[in-house]
Design a protein around this ligand. Sequence first.
Ligand code: SAH
Length: 364
Amino acid sequence: MKPILFNFSDAELNAFVTDMGQPRFRAAQIRQWLNRGAPDFSVMKNLPMDLRNQLDQMAVTLPVKIITKLESADGETTKFLLELADGNKIECVLMRTTYGNSVCVSSQAGCAMGCRFCASTLLGLQRNLTTNEILAQVLTAQWELRGDRGTSRPNGDPNNGDVSHVVIMGTGEPLQNTENVIGFMERLNQDLGIGWRRITLSTCGIVPGIYDLIKWGRPINLAISMHAPTDEMRSQIMPINNKYKLDDVLTAADAFTAAHNRQLMIEYILLGRRNEMGETELYNATPEMAECLADKLTGKNCMVNLIPWNAVDERDFAAPSGNAVHRFQDILIKRGIHTRIRRERGTDIGSACGQLRLNNHQGN
Ligand code: SAH
């Protein structure tokens, strides 16, 4: 297997370059390209061509390699299917929004959580990603925006601006890989200058992991994948709820937001089911469930993101109608709960929430 230069320390990179009979300053040049997310050596314009070719024979740049890149029809969303050195595949998504460029990264190859509505867990967990493998997803998106320019593109260019926001909401459960994910967030902050408040970590509710984040002490945004207001219903769709009960998850989340004076983000997928007549019946999205959710959240400093379910072929759910979604939201608003309906991005390329999966070349 070829060595991955991005993973080398400065001393290792120096040694590698001088072993090739090259002057030391080449190591610094290469490092600069690596930090910009250079996908291969051919783009390293300030290196002599024969050195680039030689490097290409001997090594690779990043711990992720782009297999396919899919663009949504509106041009706002790009999904990358990436291959890791061991052949595992992961996905990450770049979203160009009015508030900046946001990257959704995966924290694991596959997922062990088994949530009934999600595609990412269908093949189980392969392994945790390393800090560098998570970071390289952001650099890949940054390269997409900047290309081989050292700076961001001008206003008016669709790829204007740098990566400004990162959400850890791709495949995997970040709090099952807490150490590497924390290492990743530290690098984001130090190396890319991304502020803590522009980083969001989403968890299905691993209670000890939330306390680890509190101990870590950085004021990131925390999102909880709640999806049902009662333990009874939540356990039916999220097996992790058998281990960590909803009230304990919310208590831990409250402790996190209190520590940083942040608003807690609650994610709530709206699920329907098809009955024998082929009609969609609401599951967790009935008016009663909205009232029950409001009971649970009253008095908390939180924002509920309602996510109409995104289709996953293997999963036996259906998206509720637009009316049902609005009725659900209205109840929450009347009860004084901050709520918005999440605008899904990239549904046409299978990159919306819960659609990310391993090994998917078609992007559905
Ligand atoms: N494991 C973490 C990180 C993944 S975040 C977590 O559970 O929070 C991905 C978000 O998309 C989660 O809120 C997840 O529950 C949600 N999701 C999963 N499948 C979905 C689907 N089919 N439609 C809409 N959202 C989905």
